[in-house]
Design a protein around this ligand. Structure first.
Ligand SMILES: [Fe+2]
Ligand SMILES: [Fe+2]
Length: 229
């Protein structure tokens, strides 16, 4: 099994014996022929990623007890949202005959983000990058899921929450930097660290995602086009 650089990845989160853990994307079960199993595998993988999102947000609360109260409140709400997402994916997954542990999972998000020492850096990489990329992926998945109302409804509900996770992070990153420009250095360091770490996981599967204008506007990116009046 691939060993990850301990400078860039912390210890993995706990998982019980049902789960088979892989380190890199290429070690996962990546299917291309779609006999319906692809969707089930996606749901299992996504369920575990939502657990990662919950674990990261929870650690952001316990690791930074002195963060502004309003920010902590937004992070606590995110914990609640991510736990709902875990349950929603699990329900859809099991309704299609899936059994927990039938595919391997990866915990790279948790391991990468926990290696970032600042809260603002974690928000910049987890919320502002990973979750923003997730929004784009969900929106595309919704288009493909129109024949399956159950999946479309799940993705639709998730999308609204994920936009909010990116938006509050954008708002707080901006306001923290305004209050102390040195925070910008933490963001730069965190993003540079993530840029070194991510290709070790994704290898050739790493791709550059362009967020469309609607997402940039809704999620509060500073360079977003002006919202329609
Ligand atoms: Fe989520
Ligand atoms: Fe999220």
């Amino acid at each position: 099994m691939t060993e990850l650089d301990p400078q860039l990845f912390t210890e993995p989160p706990a998982r019980d014996e049902r789960f088979e853990i892989k380190q890199t994307w290429s070690e996962m079960t990546n299917m291309w022929a779609d006999d319906g199993t692809m969707l089930i595998e996606f749901m299992h993988r996504q369920m575990n990623e939502e657990v990662n999102g919950l674990e990261i947000a929870a650690r952001n609360l316990t690791d930074f007890p002195d963060a502004p109260w309003e920010l902590r409140l937004a992070i606590a709400r995110q914990c609640w949202d991510e736990s709902r997402h875990v349950n929603a994916f699990r329900r859809c997954f099991e309704a299609r005959g899936g059994e927990i542990g039938m595919f391997p999972v990866m915990n790279f998000e948790y391991r990468m983000i926990m290696a970032i020492p600042s809260l603002i850096g974690r928000l910049a990489v987890q919320n502002r990058s990973f979750e923003a990329a997730g929004i784009q992926a969900i929106r595309e998945a919704i288009e493909h899921a129109q024949h399956d109302p159950d999946v479309a409804a799940l993705l639709d509900a998730q999308l609204a929450d994920e936009i909010q996770h990116v938006r509050y992070a954008n708002r707080w990153i901006e306001s923290l930097i305004r209050s102390n420009p040195r925070y910008a250095l933490d963001v730069v360091r965190a993003v540079a660290q993530a840029n070194r770490a991510f290709p070790m996981i994704a290898g050739e599967a790493a791709m550059h995602l362009e967020l469309d204008d609607q997402i940039r506007t809704e999620a509060g990116f500073a360079d977003a086009p002006a919202a329609p009046a």
